[in-house]
Design a binder for this molecule. Structure first.
Ligand code: GLA
Length: 368
């Protein structure tokens, strides 16, 4: 990625050059969905698409934020006035990042910000965490302070925006390495980098949007907490096998079964990735099983995702699954070229969806 175009757009918007450009990538999940807030396991990677933020300090303690996707002059917000629940729409993410850094004790300067994203927005690829982290990284560098970026970015989403998300996106964006997947243990908060050399990885944008603050996500999270309480454990991570779910029935039983089996699938997939070359056929079957569990037990898939997974299989993929929180967004297909997957998906769903190849990329940081 080049910093030039976004620096030029900043100069055109604000009449002066930015002091720097920061970026944070989007993320895909190989397997391990809705496990993070259950102290579970996931394998993720950063995709080679990112959100860029050009920034310049202002002396008056105000923040202006513009996006190349939405031209127009935004009103300046006073840093001192920022409070949870007051900002509507996408500016809640950048402003939430600044609010969270301030709460963490970092000095936050007034800023002019210009955002440009090649991560599809609202499609389960962590566009919100990318925006939040790129802005937080810029503010931290320009303010000369220190703070835990991962924690501040989670606070921005949880406390300022009001989406009770886990740590998967932020940890992935902060710790990603080119060519690697991250095996994340959300109990110990440790990351093991694994080779991700598995042939083509294709993201299909199903053309349906999702949100993390619409209530569904919070409801799933509450169900998991209720299931853990019934079982008398601190989190569903403590449940090693589905045999131990005996007393749970109905909806709670299915939600918990997804989490327990998804952790098992992550362990299985990690073993496959550690042995290079990875057994792509078996890994594909793990992805398929994850999708079925998210569809039938966790009930967060959507019709276009189910059709995409079938179409990817028809196109020769070893496996495919929905990615992210669900209810809309993208799927990930393994082992078939993007063109073949795109063709099969369009035959199944019409011209709405798009498909593109992704490669595991590096983490967030300063670009220029
Ligand atoms: C969203 C959240 C993550 C994670 C996923 C589901 O991306 O931000 O914390 O819970 O959904 O795996």
């Amino acid at each position: 990625v080049s910093a030039g175009p976004v620096a030029d757009a900043f100069a055109a918007a604000y009449g002066t050059a930015p002091e720097g450009v920061w970026q944070a990538p989007g993320r895909a999940t190989l397997v391990g969905e809705h496990t993070d807030y259950n102290q579970g396991l996931a394998i993720t990677f950063a995709i080679d698409r990112c959100t860029l933020v050009a920034a310049r300090r202002r002396a008056d303690g105000r923040v202006r934020v513009r996006s190349t996707a939405e031209p127009g002059v935004p009103p300046g917000a006073r840093l001192a006035d920022l409070a949870p629940g007051r900002v509507r729409g996408w500016p809640a993410y950048p402003l939430g990042a600044l609010w969270a850094l301030g709460r963490a004790g970092a000095p936050v300067p007034g800023l002019d910000l210009l955002v440009h994203s090649t991560v599809p927005v609202g499609r389960g690829l962590s566009s919100s965490a990318a925006l939040t982290m790129a802005v937080a990284a810029a503010a931290l560098d320009l303010g000369g302070g220190e703070a835990d970026l991962v924690a501040a970015c989670q606070q921005a989403e949880n406390a300022f925006v009001g989406a009770p998300t886990g740590l998967m996106d932020q940890l992935t964006l902060a710790r990603a390495q080119p060519g690697r997947a991250l095996l994340i243990d959300f109990q110990s908060l440790t990351v093991e980098l694994l080779p991700l050399d598995v042939g083509p990885l294709v993201v299909v944008d199903t053309g349906v949007s999702h949100r993390n603050d619409d209530g569904t996500y919070a409801e799933r999270r509450q169900a998991c907490e209720a299931a853990a309480a019934v079982l008398g454990v601190a989190s569903l991570r403590a449940v090693a096998t589905t045999d131990a779910l005996g007393t749970l029935t109905g909806t709670l039983g299915r939600r918990a079964r997804h989490v327990v089996t998804e952790n098992e699938r992550v362990r299985h997939a990690a073993g496959l990735l550690r042995a290079t070359p990875a057994d792509r056929g078996t890994l594909g079957a793990v992805l398929d099983a994850s999708h079925r569990s998210l569809r039938d037990d966790y009930e967060v898939s959507w019709p276009e995702a189910d059709a995409t997974v079938d179409a990817a299989r028809d196109a020769g993929a070893a496996g495919a699954r929905m990615v992210g929180a669900g209810g809309g967004g993208c799927c990930l297909a393994l082992g078939a070229p993007a063109g073949a997957v795109a063709g099969a998906v369009r035959r199944a769903l019409g011209p709405g969806p798009s498909a593109f190849a992704v490669a595991p990329g590096g983490g967030a940081g300063r670009l220029a």
